[in-house]
Design a protein around this ligand. Structure first.
Ligand code: AMP
Length: 170
């Protein structure tokens, strides 16, 4: 599957200098979306994942269908103030701006084998925050999946020791 034809590059969005990779044509194509989820699911199965974790909001789009396909729990990582019970929280910098993420304290148990999935790996800030939350809860990160990796931003270097599955590199 050539996923690249389903990614639209939008220059200077949301701020000048950013080449925004729009994945909506990919998830807007049933065959391409299914192929992407199938690849992520195969990887998660290989890694013997017990939970799928996805950051707000595009991590939900790719993570929930993988969890459904493998009959595994999906754990949402959310922006502050959205989760109703006790949370672990982590602050980090983005390619543009900064952010904070939260996870329910009881979402991950000691010994859980976790796959973290999101649409795009840029600076790796979101990913690093998500890894920290999972590990703080006692989970073991067994793999990472992304539709797109922006090589120039070297996000992978920030989190190098984990197996990564990426469909497209720019
Ligand atoms: P980062 O924390 O820098 O790895 O970026 C995390 C999130 O920001 C990604 O999961 C994307 O949803 C979004 N993002 C960052 N840079 C871009 C970009 N150039 N195009 C589209 N989305 C982006």
């Amino acid at each position: 599957m050539d996923y690249s034809k389903y990614i639209k590059n939008v220059p200077d969005f949301p701020v000048e200098g950013i080449q925004f990779k729009d994945i909506t044509p990919l998830i807007g194509n049933g065959k391409a979306f299914k192929a992407c989820i199938d690849e992520f699911s195969d990887f998660a199965r290989e890694k013997k994942a017990t939970k799928i974790v996805g950051p707000d909001a595009r991590g939900f789009i790719v993570g929930a269908p993988v969890a459904y396909a493998l009959e595994l729990p999906f754990i949402p990582i959310r922006k502050p103030g959205k989760l109703p019970r006790d949370t672990f929280d982590y602050d980090y910098d983005l390619e543009y701006g900064s952010n904070s993420l939260s996870m329910h304290k009881d979402a991950i148990e000691q010994g859980d084998r976790v796959i973290i999935t999101d649409d795009l790996l840029a600076t790796g800030g979101t990913l690093e925050a998500t890894i920290k939350l999972v590990e703080e809860a006692g989970g073991q990160v067994v793999g990472l999946t992304f539709i797109i990796e922006l090589l120039e931003l070297k996000g992978r270097e920030r989190v190098g020791k984990y197996p990564i599955k990426v469909l497209l590199k720019y």
